[in-house]
Design a protein around this ligand. Structure first.
Ligand SMILES: Cc1ncc(COP(=O)(O)O)c(C=O)c1O
Length: 441
């Protein structure tokens, strides 16, 4: 079938997520290798956001493919009550790289389900109902996870599940509490949260869930003192701290888990994406020891047909082997510094660049219409104008796929990218910025 025939067939039957169905005409990808995807017309496209920030190893990693093939020949799936070598091995390998005593793993299909099980675990463990989640957060699209989400993706799903309360996290570039100093922003934000909890009865709160570094809401890196304060606030009130590491883990932030940047240990971690680099879907809810102990004599009344899918677990094992063998976590940290410096240089050069933020190979350019006043260019939920469609076109016309949304351009290539490829990617990004510069007042 040629591209046009494929597109026609696709649009006759396929429902696309997060899209108005009419008018969408997808680029059809045929195959991919390393950081490159190839469409059905043979065009080479840099996968500059690692798929949906999940293909951390890049496409077509031979070790992973061989491990998956071997597992497929042996066993793809058994009922989740059975043990398998792949499941036991992967859980122990995950436990080895998690911080503290987060050593107990429930495998899910993806990130949203990992969060659903995280909040269920927290509610049952504490006997409390409320879950605090941050504004400017994304936690997934299932009923509970979308209710936790603190951005406009939640709106159509309202009222959502009961018991979810939102609070402000620190956003130093646009601090809600009137300062531009990151530390001060963290402290003021924490003080407001403390007060909010006081009025709401802290003893009614089961958990606070945070992305340790905010992902799709703008790669916002909280001050370490804020995160330490959050941990303390949880401890003082018997509240569990859940770190949503669906995006932040597996080298993305230059560490195994994003929370390592803050020297604190959460009570529960949820993760997905880079655990298998998306070769096959897998997520995980990871418990600390006290939660594990609690469920020794109590039933954990939750599950999925695909808890611990053998093929997915074998894929996870092979991914961790590659992360270790090729030192990709350390590489992401070092190359992240390089990427950060390249993006910093854009701040002085392009008037539409308000701020750049980067941790590991996980970066964002925040666009503005005015650098002085920080007036946004697209506005919250594109209330001023939608710029991402035109930006995507400019990037794709130049062979680069990047995820951009609202005022944000995200740059998160596979961890295997070379510095020369980073330079090439930034050169294309500049073509997009040349256009956004024309929108500056
Ligand atoms: C921080 C975070 N949590 C949860 C999710 C949801 O994961 P999934 O799409 O695998 O359900 C995402 C997805 O991007 C995410 O970034």
């Amino acid at each position: 079938m040629n591209t046009q025939e494929l597109q026609t067939l696709d649009r006759e039957h396929v429902i696309y997520s997060w899209k108005q169905q009419g008018g969408w005409k997808p680029t059809v990808i045929d195959h991919a290798e390393g950081i490159y995807m190839y469409d059905t017309d043979g065009r080479k496209i840099v996968d500059g956001c690692s798929g949906l920030l999940n293909i951390n190893l890049g496409h077509g990693n031979r070790h992973v493919l061989d491990a998956m093939r071997a597992q497929m020949e042996k066993l793809c799936f058994v009922s989740p009550g059975f043990g398998t070598e792949a499941k036991a091995k992967l859980a122990s390998m995950v436990a080895e790289v998690t911080p503290g005593d987060l050593d107990y793993v429930l495998f899910t299909n993806g990130g949203a389900e990992a969060n659903e099980n995280a909040i269920k675990s927290a509610r049952w463990f504490t006997g409390r109902q409320k879950v605090y989640a941050a504004w400017k957060s994304y936690h997934g699209a299932t009923a509970g996870a979308i209710t936790l989400t603190g951005d406009p993706r939640r709106w159509p799903a309202e009222p959502g599940i009961p018991g979810v309360v939102h609070f402000f996290g620190p956003y130093p570039y646009r601090c809600a509490f009137g300062t531009t100093d990151p530390e001060e922003c963290g402290q003021r934000t924490l003080a407001v949260l403390k007060e909010q909890l006081m009025y709401d009865n802290p003893k009614s709160v089961a958990a606070i869930i945070v992305e340790p570094i905010v992902g799709t809401n703008g790669i916002i890196i909280p001050p370490k003192s804020y995160m330490k304060g959050l941990r303390q606030l949880c401890d003082e009130n018997g509240i569990l701290l859940i770190s949503d590491e669906v995006m932040a883990a597996w080298g993305r932030a230059g560490t195994w888990f994003g929370i390592e940047h803050f020297d604190i240990v959460p009570d529960i971690i949820s993760t997905a994406k880079g655990i298998t680099s998306g070769y096959v879907q897998l997520g995980a809810t990871i418990w600390s020891r006290k939660i594990w102990d609690y469920f020794q004599e109590r039933k954990f009344t939750s599950g999925l047909t695909y808890c611990g899918h053998a093929l997915a677990c074998a894929c996870g094992i092979a991914n961790i082997e590659v992360y270790k063998k090729e030192n990709l976590i350390e590489k992401a940290a070092k190359d992240g510094e390089y990427l950060a410096s390249k993006l910093k240089a854009l701040e002085g050069k392009h008037p539409s660049v308000g701020d750049t933020r980067c941790k590991g190979l996980w970066a964002c350019i925040e666009l503005v219409a005015d650098r002085k006043t920080k007036a946004p260019i697209a506005g919250y939920n594109d209330s001023i104008r939608n710029i991402s469609a035109q930006l995507s076109k400019i990037f794709m016309d130049n062979g680069l796929y990047l995820y951009s949304n609202w005022d944000y351009i995200f740059i998160s290539p596979p961890l295997t990218i070379t510095r020369r490829q980073i330079d090439e990617m930034v050169a294309v990004i500049e073509k997009g910025l040349d256009w956004t510069d024309t929108l500056v007042k």
